[in-house]
Design a protein around this ligand. Structure first.
Ligand code: AMP
Length: 212
């Protein structure tokens, strides 16, 4: 199964993509996570992406496309994948179409997460992530078992630099301007479904399972 989870930052698509991927034994491919790992490793690609990420702006298409297409070549993607945070621009969506068409691998579905902007800010400000990519929690809505620690590896959780309020505004603007038009792009291909992403995580998971 090849699916895209599309939605604004803070809509919970990363958490749901991780869970869904584990349940279906397909990898969750998050370009944000891939960039954060590249930055941690000090790779040239990570260094190039860092200044955009820190500012809450989108990284240039060529950088993201190179990153994700390389990742999709790994053997764990043979049975499919969930794209989380990619594509985010029409240029990226078209590049993805081209790459998949060249291998005769159609997309099965695009799931658009719908949620109020006010809720997004609240979710992002309280979000804490594992620096080793084991997941994310929320200080109020989804606290880890041990305060401030990753449930999986016990590492201290971090508040992302771009989850500060002023950066969030820039990121939400980028979403409205560059990413929201993808909803229509996939609607026209008749592969779009929408999921109400507000409320209990278990309930949202059930809605997703029913759609896919
Ligand atoms: P995320 O973890 O998905 O919120 O991504 C964090 C940051 O990584 C974004 O604010 C962008 O700077 C960069 N990024 C991640 N995915 C993309 C993408 N598909 N296109 C452009 N920039 C991206």
């Amino acid at each position: 199964m090849r699916v895209i989870f599309l939605g604004p930052p803070g809509s919970g698509k990363g958490t749901q993509a991780r869970r869904f991927g584990e349940a279906r034994s397909i990898p969750q491919l998050s370009t944000g996570d891939l960039f954060r790992s590249a930055i941690k490793e000090g790779s040239p690609l990570g260094l190039k992406a860092k200044k955009y990420m820190d500012a809450g702006e989108l990284a240039p298409d060529e950088l993201v496309i190179e990153l994700i297409l390389e990742r999709m070549k790994l053997p764990d993607c043979e049975e499919g994948f969930i794209l989380d945070g990619f594509p985010r621009t029409l240029g990226q969506a078209k590049a993805l179409d081209k790459a998949l068409a060249a291998q005769n691998l159609p997309l099965d579905r695009v799931l658009a997460f719908e949620i109020d902007t006010a809720k997004l800010v609240e979710r992002l400000v309280g979000r804490r992530i594992c620096p080793f990519g084991h997941g994310e929690w929320h200080i109020r809505f989804n606290p880890p078992r041990r305060e401030g620690r990753c449930d999986v590896c016990g590492e201290a959780l971090v508040h992302r630099e771009d989850d500060q309020e002023e950066k969030i505004v820039t990121r939400l603007e980028a979403y409205r301007r560059d990413t929201e038009p993808l909803i229509q792009f996939y609607e026209e291909r008749s592969i779009l479904s929408t999921v109400q992403a507000d409320g209990d995580m278990g309930e949202i998971a059930r809605r997703i399972d029913a759609l896919l």
